[in-house]
Design a protein around this ligand. Structure first.
Ligand code: NAP
Length: 503
């Protein structure tokens, strides 16, 4: 597909635009998804010239090794407009440039507005796009917005009201970049294209589900942002609940964005809204202290730049969601995410129930050999693939079962050459396909779920810090599973402990 469109990037000088958007646009250009009929307007306050902007754009695609002619040709489609989003006059200049480029590149009035800026500006930008006549009647007008979408249900609802006053839902593309990741998209294929899984995808066969999004990095230079967010809002409200809904949803009637969304929303609606007591029972928060992993030493969160000395912000969350419907009643969906954990990794473990009777018990032996649970693991990053743990017979005398693992990982070459999440999402937005974006109903339900937890936490002063940097979180996170007779399947910390590299 070669689509004509004008991209207007608000926040064109920012980190996201430089690290993700320009390289992704270049990949689309290189693959021929964007050709002669595209142009980009970058806007922000600083007074850059087109020439300087194009140099910056070229700099951002250096790692993709374009030839000088290719870099020159690609960046010639980029135009810069110094623009303060709060200044109405600037939108008139934007309209003039938009109309000029539309004609020059024959863009058929197709427009994508990408808001790579802090959310407090979203309302004013969309209002001005309308009031200053930048939106067109012909072609398409699509709005791409970044997370965070609000900071609780009420603020998200207000933001949504402002945006929906200008753009219909079908033209709003709320980015959750995890939804652009290959293996997240693969969840649907693993489930709906494999009878052995879909037929067992319910509370009769599944014991529990574990979702881990762990980061080995600390808060780095994002202390200011993170202090107002924390792990619950930064990760659970969006990425983790999206994954829960993909795992829990019913089979859609067809693989269209509407059918999938309908089922995801039903799954989110069925997640139990916890009372204060239930939050305390089922959710754990943590904040990292100093720590040492192997030879590397880490400072506590409270000593990071732009973090309060008595900060109550959580850098770790673990919890148990319950889904009150026929398919999932009684199956815990455990989730955990945090910073400064042992290893960076996103993975899902589907833990199947044990066989009803262990027949490998022999009269002349006191104990039966233990059977492991069958576990389907979906690896999302850094490696991509899945594995299935089964019980096989140990070679030799007797009938001792032992776990064996069927392991499939995409090769590094395939992973490197597969499109980046932002590239896929930009192409989806260009095609008008909303499957891999968050619909308002999903955002609203996720905020409702998270607000219950946050409200309870706000009433109690946490006992922070409570986990050492380099570990897999506070003890309470392990206790949370243990009290239901479960254990976290993924324990990279044990590898280090066994070798004396972690206390
Ligand atoms: P950033 O580096 O701080 O960029 C903000 C941009 O907004 C800059 O280009 C800034 O340029 C511009 N800006 C600020 N005030 C303005 C105004 N009044 N009028 C016009 N332009 C203005 O932020 P970012 O990291 O790119 O993040 C942008 C959005 O993406 C945020 O909502 C963030 O949460 C989200 N996000 C970012 C990442 C990431 O990897 N960076 C990942 C996920 C989500 P001037 O100073 O020149 O005006």
């Amino acid at each position: 597909m070669n689509q004509s469109a004008l991209f207007t990037i608000f926040g064109g000088t920012g980190d996201l635009a430089k690290r993700k958007l320009y390289p992704s646009l270049f990949r689309l250009y290189r693959k021929g998804n964007l050709k002669d009929h595209f142009a980009v307007i970058g806007t922000a306050r600083r007074p850059w010239s087109d020439e300087h902007y194009r140099e910056i754009v070229q700099e951002t695609i250096k790692d993709l090794h374009p030839s000088p002619a290719e870099a020159e040709e690609f960046s010639s489609h980029f135009y810069y407009l110094s623009h303060n989003v709060n200044d109405t006059n600037h939108y008139d200049e934007l309209r003039e440039l938009t109309e000029r480029l539309d004609e020059q590149y024959q863009l058929a009035n197709n427009r994508v507005y990408y808001l790579a800026m802090a959310p407090q500006f979203f309302g004013t930008i969309v209002q001005h796009l309308q009031s200053q006549g930048i939106l067109t009647e012909e072609g398409f007008n699509r709005l791409v917005i970044e997370k965070p979408f609000g900071f609780d249900y009420d603020s998200a609802n207000e933001l949504n009201r402002q945006i929906r006053a200008v753009f219909p839902e079908k033209d709003i593309f709320r980015i959750d970049h995890y939804l652009g990741k290959e293996m997240i998209q693969n969840i649907a294929v693993v489930r709906f294209a494999n009878n052995i899984f879909e037929s067992m995808w319910n509370n009769r066969y599944i014991d529990n589900i574990q979702i881990t999004f762990s980061e080995s990095l600390g808060v780095e230079d994002r202390g200011g942002y993170y202090e107002n967010s924390g792990a619950l809002k930064d990760m659970v409200q969006n990425h983790i609940l999206q994954v829960v809904s993909l795992l829990a949803m019913e089979v859609p009637v067809s693989f269209s964005d509407e059918s999938i969304r309908l089922e995801k929303v039903k799954a989110l609606k069925a997640i139990r809204r916890y009372t204060t007591e239930e939050v305390t029972e089922n959710f754990v928060r943590g904040q990292y202290d100093a720590g040492k992993l192997d030879t590397t030493e880490f400072i506590p969160y409270r000593k990071e730049p732009n973090v309060a000395e008595d900060s109550a912000t959580e850098t770790f969350v673990a919890g148990k969601f319950l889904i009150d419907n026929f398919r999932w009643s009684g199956v815990p969906f455990y989730i955990r995410t945090g910073k400064r954990m042992t290893e960076k990794g996103t993975r899902i473990n589907i833990v199947f129930k044990q066989v009803p009777v262990n027949v490998f018990h022999f009269d002349n032996e006191d104990v039966s050999p233990e059977l492991s649970h069958n576990v389907l693991t979906i690896y999302i990053q850094p490696t991509e693939g899945f594995s299935l743990t089964l019980n096989g017979k140990q070679i030799g005398q007797g009938f001792n079962p032992e776990p064996v693992k069927l392991d499939f990982r995409q090769s590094a070459e395939v992973t490197e050459n597969s499109p980046e999440a932002y590239e896929k999402l930009l192409l989806d937005a260009l095609r008008g396909d909303g499957t891999n974006f968050s619909h308002w109903d999903e955002v609203a339900n996720s905020w409702e779920i998270v607000d219950c937890i946050k409200k309870t936490w706000d009433q109690i002063t946490p006992d922070f810090p409570n986990y050492a940097a380099g570990t897999m979180g506070p003890k309470a996170s392990f206790d949370l599973l243990n009290k239901n007779g479960h254990d976290w399947i993924w324990t990279p910390d044990n590898w280090y402990r066994e070798r004396g590299k972690l206390d």
